[in-house]
Design a protein around this ligand. Structure first.
Ligand code: NAD
Length: 386
């Protein structure tokens, strides 16, 4: 018998090349009078934020740009931005960027209305429904944050990435336009792409998954594995960008309804201590966690391998070949190993401790202890093929 589950999708998805043009219509539907565009300096300097503000201006809606959001958004970014939103009587937020501005915007949507500090809302169920309405516009194909119910924020005092989780922070509308990713540099395309692949694999295999999350997760693997190399090597190929964007969206739907698992537990610990790019951390750890989890997930890993184009009938052989394929894929698209983050092996105990305490630890298909996390960090570090 299938266990019972809920599948909520509070976000309207508007998808397609050029679909950014519907932003005005969506703002009108929300009756927006004063908009805050939450983004980062990289996107302002690249001239991309203008595409958004021109549309808002065209609707004669007042707006301001908040571009102080850093990568792995920090607690103080959120608190300063929320204060500005309150001072300026902002009634609608447009999040424009990768996962960092989108996650920041979700937390700001809460704090601007409900006050307090970001950390007050850690975990599930701390948020009332009364948040500022949010439109998300992703510019990377990676996090799926445009449709997920979570926001990952760095507590800078404790050096710890924590998650706020509630359907109340979900965007009202996600405007998902693959044209916006044509300018993403190769290394960011590679790291964010493996982030999406990790979401798909963990969403499909998590202990708490269900058939809808499994279905979209497995289909996401096909989209991502089949287009990531082309998207990295020929970033102007809109078809490859389109397939990556769809893969990232499906992967986001998968893990937000299931969960992520041990790759993310380890990657978030690495990101917390070394402020390293999230997708890069996932890419570094994904094959080692898969090797560890294989005995508990063989049949599913075999299907993942086949979704990546590996035609092997025996499940164990297919699963092993799939993991090898992922290792090679990361190398082919230029992603470095764990040593590139200048990690200190003395930190492995701390990193393992953080991993085991992560809220998604229980979701890994094979149970895992602190000592096993230490072993996996060492395995990634000592892999001479990196
Ligand atoms: P990011 O948002 O930190 O962006 C990385 C860099 O890419 C930035 O310098 C940015 O300016 C640049 N960039 C973005 N779009 C660009 C474009 N179109 N052209 C050129 N440059 C562009 O990176 P990310 O990987 O998208 O997000 C990572 C964050 O998302 C992490 O903090 C991670 O924890 C979080 N995350 C959240 C969820 C969720 O469901 N909430 C899921 C996974 C990851």
């Amino acid at each position: 018998m299938l266990k019972s589950f809920d599948f909520l999708l509070p976000t309207k998805i508007r998808y397609g090349a050029g679909i950014l043009s519907v932003l005005g219509e969506e703002l009108r539907l929300l009756k927006a009078k004063k908009v805050m565009v939450i983004t980062d300096k990289g996107l302002v300097n690249a001239g991309m934020v203008r595409k958004v503000t021109e549309i808002i201006q065209g609707e004669s809606i007042a707006f301001l740009i908040y571009d102080e959001i850093e990568a792995n958004p920090k607690d103080y970014n959120i608190e300063a931005c929320a204060e500005k939103a309150r001072e300026e009587a902002i009634d609608t937020i447009v999040a424009f960027g990768g996962g960092s501005p989108i996650d920041a915007a979700k937390a700001v949507a809460v704090l601007a209305k409900q006050g307090g500090k970001a950390r007050d809302y850690q975990g599930k169920g701390k948020i009332k429904d009364d948040c500022l309405p949010l439109i998300t516009i992703p510019t990377t194909s990676g996090t799926g944050s445009e449709v997920t119910f979570s926001s990952v924020i760095t507590d800078t005092r404790e050096k710890f990435k924590f998650t706020i989780k509630s359907t109340a922070i979900a965007a009202k509308t996600a405007i998902i336009d693959p044209e916006l990713t044509l300018s993403v540099p190769p290394i960011i395309t590679a790291a964010t792409g493996i982030d999406a692949l990790t979401h798909a694999i963990e969403g499909y295999t998590a202990n708490c998954t269900e058939p809808i999350a499994e279905a979209v997760g497995l289909y996401a693997v096909e989209f991502i594995a089949g287009s990531i190399v082309e998207a990295v090597k020929n970033g102007r190929n809109l078809e490859a960008r389109d397939r990556m964007m769809m893969g990232s969206l499906l992967a986001g739907l998968s893990f937000s309804h299931a969960d992520v698992a041990s790759v993310h537990c380890m990657a978030e610990a690495l990101g917390s201590i070394y402020d390293a790019p999230h997708g890069m951390c996932n890419a570094i750890l994904l094959p080692y966690v898969m090797e560890y989890s294989l005995p508990a997930a063989e049949a599913k890993y075999a299907r993942i391998a086949r979704a990546m184009g590996i035609a092997e009938k025996d499940d164990n052989k297919a699963a092993v070949m799939g993991i090898e394929h992922i290792k090679n894929l990361s190398k082919e698209i230029g992603l470095p190993g764990i040593k590139s983050l200048n990690v200190n092996c003395n930190d492995f105990e701390l990193l393992a401790d953080m991993s085991v305490k992560n809220g998604s630890n229980e979701s890994n298909p094979r149970a895992i202890t602190k000592d096993e996390y230490i072993m996996l960090f060492n395995r990634a570090y000592n892999d001479t093929s990196n």
